[in-house]
Ligand binder design. Structure first.
Ligand code: ADP
Length: 252
């Protein structure tokens, strides 16, 4: 009866507390790395004051570490906004074509640097209800990953499908390194990385997919992944369509 329920609650509370402590430990570690690097680099620049070439080089690396730190703080803020229980505040009608174009735009520079073609069909006229900034961030994270985990001269495609009259699916498909089957169910966890060295090298915070998962769930949708090592991955965002305001659904 009551005693048993309390014991179960206690176990659950301890589990949640352990996860929270783990997360704080992870965040501290992730913050320590760039902060440590910055302080070392600052010292190096100071000692190299009479060598302009060295100053230029180390300043560049300081900028790089500062950007990494900024990205991590930004992702932590976004995550804390979406992983709680409170409903989303800024719900608007979001035009998918514009949202996709905006997300692709934000990834274009990184794609160009690797000569990766970003492709999309557009012109769907579909709409969903949601927080446009968060949805754009989620889609951008998926496209960013597709670019980061793909070799040069490949292609990343964003497409939309209607699996049923009430939902839309946005897929992001790459021709990249793929994800081992054993890791697939863990990649949406905070700070989980298949290859930590590669993730850091590409500037990843390890929070991108956790943000995607929470943003999608908050919108009443879900995110799924298909992947094959060595040939590529497809991430699918499934979202409820805005009823009565879409070309394919009855007007109300
Ligand atoms: P990160 O900042 O490390 O990219 P994410 O949460 O965005 O963090 O992704 C978690 C991990 O999932 C990555 O470190 C990478 O190992 C794997 N991953 C994500 N997207 C892809 C992809 N498109 N192709 C291959 N691996 C991916």
């Amino acid at each position: 009866g009551l005693v048993l329920v309390l014991a179960e609650d206690l176990t659950e509370m301890r589990r949640v507390e352990a996860i929270r402590r783990d997360f704080v430990a992870n965040v501290s570690h992730e913050l320590k790395t760039p902060v440590g690097a910055l302080s070392l680099l600052a010292e190096t620049v100071e000692n190299a004051a009479d060598d302009p070439e060295a100053v230029r080089r180390f300043s560049g690396r300081m900028q790089h570490e500062a950007v990494r730190l900024g990205n991590l703080v930004q992702d932590l803020m976004t995550l804390s906004r979406v992983q709680g229980d409170e409903p989303l505040a800024e719900l608007r009608t979001v035009a998918l074509d514009e949202m996709i174009a905006e997300s692709l735009d934000r990834c274009q520079i990184k794609a160009d640097a690797k000569d990766i073609e970003l492709a999309t069909a557009g012109g769907t006229g579909l709409k969903v209800r949601g927080d446009e900034e968060l949805l754009t961030t989620a889609l951008r994270n998926l496209i960013d990953n597709a670019v980061a985990y793909s070799p040069d001269h490949t292609r990343v495609a964003v497409a939309t499908h209607l699996p049923d009259p009430d939902h839309v699916e946005i897929t992001v498909t790459d021709q990249g390194i793929g994800i081992p089957a054993a890791d697939l169910e863990r990649i949406f966890e905070r700070f989980y990385r298949v290859d930590p060295a590669r993730s850091r090298q590409t500037g990843g915070t390890g929070l991108g997919l956790a943000i995607v998962k929470h943003v999608t769930t908050k919108h009443g949708g879900e995110v799924t992944v298909w992947s094959k090592e060595g040939s590529g991955s497809t991430f699918t965002l499934r979202l409820p369509l805005l009823r009565g305001d879409n070309p394919s659904s009855p007007q109300s």
